[in-house]
Design a protein around this ligand. Structure first.
Ligand SMILES: Cc1cc2nc3c(=O)[nH]c(=O)nc-3n(C[C@H](O)[C@H](O)[C@H](O)COP(=O)(O)OP(=O)(O)OC[C@H]3O[C@@H](n4cnc5c(N)ncnc54)[C@H](O)[C@@H]3O)c2cc1C
Length: 495
């Protein structure tokens, strides 16, 4: 029998990395006799992989060295040790760089997380329900969760960990939607089956996903020309040849203006250069201090950064795996890959081909190209997350969830509790993972996502502890009934 029968129920919606990591850290830190029932809703077969790590594509590699990715902030070597134990690189000769640094396939990281969580599943501490959640509604002081299989679960605490919605198609590409070679979501299995090696391909977007697409096409023997476009034509940067310690201090003297953030970064870059360092350690310092920098800024300045500096930030902080970088470099060098600063002005199907009018940055005239296939890599549509699926839309309609003011996710306070339309925080509804970054700041790379999951697990644990008080007879009683206000909406808006 489940040990936590009769205990508060914690429902985690989304069992990608964030949801799985919250479940795991909650499970391993529960107090004896105060265990919650932990249920993770995740349609994927494996817990812990999510969009990033649930991929069978062999060219999809983690984009930082394996030693920087771990489920446990105080055990950075945990993933590397797993790889040794599982002999995970045995069939992957390309995993090590010339310097011997491992950049395994992303699926290996998914396997690692799944293997860490598995014992809790076998012990009945964490339950994986493979049904997507369709609706979450308030039910007194609890939450009613309707899953796709028609079952309704009543939970005391809900953690929303659904992070990455499907990408939205740029409007100009809508006329091309019926074309069989429009790949609107390249993360889907077999997405590239429709593209023949000789095809002329347009990739819309120039970030890491675009790089993944080029690597995947190359792996399939692609030799047709590829044009990859983004508004500024910026390409994700690689890692330094030699690792350097983070350089720069952006928090001792708090910064309260976006322009000052940029000024201080430029200053640090100049100082680094004088010491023979390149830009990597400076951007690493900004990333490490990113949450504090962000939280020192008023919302209007955060918005300014999200609007004006995000593209530049993304290409410098999301580094590309060396193996993928070298594929891109060779494709550029051979003339097969052309990276342009341009956007799609119009697109139309003509016979089997697609005719695209490109608006090149800095040029008035449009440039017409004809391609056989288009791959959209503009990334998950985080800005419209609350419209991305019914359970989020319903919670927004009920005033429980609101979009965050920066347009980067869902509004929450610095306890990760969702902030509703009346400005108050929901005590028992948490936002885990990148969707909380409007409040917390830099929260996309694995190290920060891990730390955030540990933090959310701690917050949930505190609420679970608060919810179970020993009765006179020495038994526990349900707080939801005795101290109803613990789960009710609170009116303060911290952070
Ligand atoms: C393609 C990609 C590659 C990345 N590579 C790296 C990397 O190499 N290194 C690094 O440091 N960072 C990387 N990141 C960043 C970071 O690791 C991820 O953003 C992080 O894994 C986020 O995981 P998540 O669980 O929050 O979100 P997701 O991976 O989006 O997981 C959310 C889960 O929720 C489930 N879900 C959605 N709706 C419902 C519903 N209604 N009911 C139930 N379940 C639902 C989905 O099936 C999904 O599994 C990458 C990100 C992406 C997108």
């Amino acid at each position: 029998m489940r040990k936590s029968e009769g205990s508060p129920t914690v429902a985690i919606v989304g069992g990608g990395f964030s949801g799985a990591a919250v479940a795991l850290h909650l499970a391993r830190n529960q107090e004896k006799g105060r265990e919650a029932r932990i249920i993770v809703f995740e349609p994927r077969a494996k817990l812990g992989a999510g969009l990033a790590y649930d991929t069978a594509e062999p060219t999809n590699r983690i984009n930082v060295p394996a030693g920087k990715m771990s489920l446990y902030p105080d055990e950075p070597e945990s993933f590397v040790r797993y790889m040794d134990r599982a002999d995970a690189l045995a069939d992957d000769r390309g995993a090590l760089t010339a310097e011997g640094v491992p950049y395994p396939r992303r699926s290996v990281f998914g396997d690692y997380v799944a293997s860490e969580i598995a014992p809790y599943g076998s012990a009945g501490v964490i339950e994986h329900r493979r049904s997507p959640v369709l609706e979450v509604t308030r039910s007194g002081n609890q939450w009613a969760i309707l899953a796709d299989n028609g079952q309704v679960l009543t939970a005391d605490i809900v953690v929303v960990a659904v992070s990455h919605p499907a990408p939205t198609l740029p409007k100009a590409l809508l006329p091309v939607l019926p074309h069989p070679k429009l790949v609107a979501d390249p993360t889907k299995a077999d997405a590239f089956e429709v593209i023949a090696p000789a095809n002329r391909v347009l990739i819309v977007g120039n970030g890491l996903t675009s790089a993944d697409v080029v690597a995947a096409l190359e792996q399939r023997g692609h030799y047709g020309p590829i044009i990859s476009i983004s508004r500024r034509g910026l390409r994700s940067r690689g890692h330094p040849a030699v690792a350097q310690e983070p350089y720069g201090d952006f928090v001792s003297k708090p910064i309260t203006h976006a322009s000052e953030v940029l000024r201080r970064i430029r200053q640090a870059l100049r100082a680094a250069r004088q010491q023979g360092l390149d830009w990597h350690p400076v951007l690493d310092a900004v990333r490490a201090q990113g949450q504090q920098i962000w939280q020192n800024l008023p919302v209007v300045e955060r918005r300014r950064i999200a609007r004006l500096a995000r593209t530049y930030w993304d290409v410098h902080r999301f580094r590309i795996a060396p193996q993928v970088e070298s594929v891109l470099d060779q494709a550029v060098e051979s003339g097969q890959l052309n990276i342009l600063a341009a956007s799609v002005a119009a697109a139309a199907i003509e016979g089997q081909e697609i005719v695209v009018d490109l608006k090149q940055r800095g040029l008035d005239a449009q440039h017409r190209i004809t391609v056989d296939a288009i791959v959209v890599t503009t990334g998950p549509a985080h800005g419209s997350i609350l419209q991305s699926q019914p359970f989020l839309a319903t919670l927004e309609e009920a005033g429980v969830l609101t979009p965050c003011a920066t347009g980067l996710g869902i509004a929450c306070d610095l306890h990760a509790r969702a902030i509703g339309a009346d400005g108050s925080a929901e005590r028992s509804l948490f936002i885990a993972g990148p969707l909380a970054r409007g409040a917390f700041g830099e929260l996309m790379g694995l190290p920060q996502v891990t730390e955030h999951a540990v933090f959310v697990a701690r917050e949930v644990k505190a609420l679970v502890a608060f919810s179970r008080l020993p009765s006179k007879a020495g038994q526990s009683v349900r707080a939801a009934r005795g101290i109803a206000h613990a789960f009710a909406s609170c009116s303060e808006r911290d952070g």
